[in-house]
Write a protein that binds this ligand. Structure first.
Ligand code: FAD
Length: 515
């Protein structure tokens, strides 16, 4: 086997016939050699124009790929295994459950929302502007916020575990194998629902249990140990081990934990807006009108700036995507973004956010560890009022937002429930609004053409990270006061995004199995 590096034109990378020619030339054989791509990235800064960098394992004619035919995971029969209650079926709860099964333990998943098909109907109703179901939406239901997410799987937190194994589990459950080698793997919101359905089949097929419409509203704790969880649907369930993977949108659940006196802490989080540009404009800026543009995927960007001593940065950029109403309560307005696997809409959106720290939370200091949560709720409520009271969202042309003006009209956009012109610069918290506006000016210096009246900013992008941490011990991963209770994933404040939440789930399952 030889490892070869290729620098390809966009057309050579995209056209299977041309790629096979390149491989035959490199291997100096008449037959196309057996090859496996190990890594692929786009280099848009090369002097030769845009290049696709591909690292490939090329096998000799008599050689077999050692990875071919291997069974990567052993999901065993756990009907008789020790039960572990998992609260929440987002990436953290799902990957914890899959890993528990590998260890021979039996997950019992309590999920407040619905299965994927029913959830789809509620999301369609929401997108048509016909109302939000507070228990079934972009945040709640099978697969959690991950199911109808964009499905970008890139993470910087690879030190916490083997991200390759997370990607392999997605691939095992139906994701395209490209995610195994692309520098910025992406599944797409059209593919994720089937993948999480396959995970459901693995879990229940092995003997795990899933109960929908089961919101945990109380915990029984005695002598510093978890004893049981309560849902209206099931009554009390007795257990000594609970994975608490409820995500950061379950505000009522944080309230319940706080009422019960569990140790929580306020943590820095981020707040901002979503900005949407025409995708053609982003392609032109990023690919410099490269002749191979037609062969390239919709372009992305990642921008950072310093404003008032804090970072302003782009987050969750969705090329060829659309904006969605991602609130989980009718009291608030939240916007997020996603794209299908083909990333083919004419729009490019991204969250543009800035950090909110404890010193910004003075008005909410009396709320203790929930101060950040109350700040977040207050801004989401303001966005809802300024957006017309439902899921229509407040918006401004980017140039008007930066100049501090109300927009007289808005550009064409992808947000289905509809946008309403609103002076976001005025009602967003000053520390957020001022920094974002300065950040946008800096972005335009870095990416000329970014600041355009054809772009729209939409409020508010408030759920990029958790404002609360559920305190746990660093080694055992159990709650600092309650043994057997394992706060896990984004809502616990120890992860952000699909991959790191999934990895946290795996780590928690490993700790549970080790006891
Ligand atoms: C539109 C959108 C696009 C996104 N795009 C990306 C992306 O491209 N890449 C990325 O990395 N991240 C993305 N995210 C964020 C990502 O989805 C989250 O970071 C991730 O889902 C967090 O995983 P989690 O398991 O910790 O929590 P969640 O996914 O929030 O899951 C929590 C689960 O717990 C359930 N639950 C809550 N309270 C209770 C209770 N009391 N009882 C029972 N069940 C309960 C909820 O119904 C939910 O199913 C996106 C999010 C959205 C909304």
């Amino acid at each position: 086997m030889r490892i070869l590096d290729f620098s390809l034109s966009p057309q050579e990378a995209a056209d299977p016939g041309l790629w096979q020619q390149v491989l035959r030339r490199a291997a100096q054989t008449a037959e196309t050699p057996c090859a496996r791509i190990l890594r692929e990235s786009i280099d848009a800064r090369s002097r030769q124009g845009v290049r696709i960098l591909r690292t490939v394992a090329v096998f000799a004619p008599d050689e077999q790929d050692p990875a071919a035919g291997q069974e990567p995971f052993r999901y065993q029969d756990v009907h008789a295994g020790r039960p572990v209650v998992v609260v929440g079926s987002g990436p953290a709860g799902l990957f914890a459950s899959l890993r528990l099964i590998e260890h021979g333990l039996r997950p019992v998943i309590l999920e407040r929302g619905k299965e994927v098909g029913e959830r789809k109907k509620d999301i369609a109703t929401l997108s048509r502007g016909l109302g939000l179901n507070a228990e079934s939406n972009y945040c709640f239901g099978w697969g959690g916020a991950g199911t109808f997410s964009d499905g970008k799987l890139f993470t910087r937190s690879s030190k916490r575990g083997d991200t390759g194994r997370i990607l392999a589990r997605f691939h095992f459950h139906g994701a395209d194998e490209k995610i195994l080698y692309q520098a910025h793997p992406h599944i797409g919101s059209d593919k994720l629902p089937d993948i999480v359905r396959h995970m459901y089949a693995t879990i229940t097929g092995c003997g795990g249990e899933v109960i929908f419409g089961a919101k945990v509203t109380d915990l029984r704790i005695a002598d510093g140990k978890i004893q049981g969880v309560f849902t209206e649907k099931t009554g009390w369930i007795t257990t000594d081990t609970v994975v608490w993977a409820t995500g950061h949108s379950a505000h009522d659940t944080y309230d319940m934990l706080h009422r019960k006196g569990l140790a929580l802490a306020c943590k820095p989080f981020a707040m901002g807006v979503r900005v949407e540009h025409p995708q053609d404009l982003i392609d032109e800026i990023q690919y410099h009108r490269d002749p191979g543009m037609a062969w390239l995927p919709a372009a992305t960007y990642a921008l950072t700036a310093q404003a008032g001593g804090r970072g302003v940065y782009s987050f969750c950029m969705c090329p060829g995507g659309f904006m969605v109403a991602a609130a989980s309560s009718p009291e608030g307005q939240v916007v997020n973004g996603m794209s299908s696997s083909r990333r083919h809409t004419p729009y490019a959106n991204a969250g543009i956010i800035t950090e909110v720290r404890e010193e910004d939370l003075k008005d909410f200091a009396a709320e203790g560890p929930l101060a950040g949560l109350r700040y977040q709720q207050a801004v989401e409520h303001l966005a809802m009022l300024n957006g017309g009271g439902g899921q229509t969202a407040p918006a401004a042309r980017l140039t008007d937002f930066v100049a501090g003006r109300l927009s007289g009209s808005l550009p064409e956009n992808s947000y289905m429930p509809g946008l309403i012109p609103s002076p976001l610069h005025f009602w967003l918290p000053e520390e957020v609004s001022v920094r974002l506006r300065e950040g946008f000016r800096e972005f335009d210096r870095k990416m000329h053409g970014f600041l355009t009246r054809e772009a729209v900013v939409v409020g508010v992008e408030s759920r990029s990270s958790s404002p609360v941490r559920i305190l746990r011990e660093a080694d055992s991963l159990q709650h600092v006061q309650v043994s057997g209770l394992y706060p896990c994933g984004e809502g616990a404040g120890y992860a952000g995004g699909i991959t790191s939440s999934a990895m946290d789930g795996v780590n928690v399952a490993d700790r549970i199995a080790a006891i």
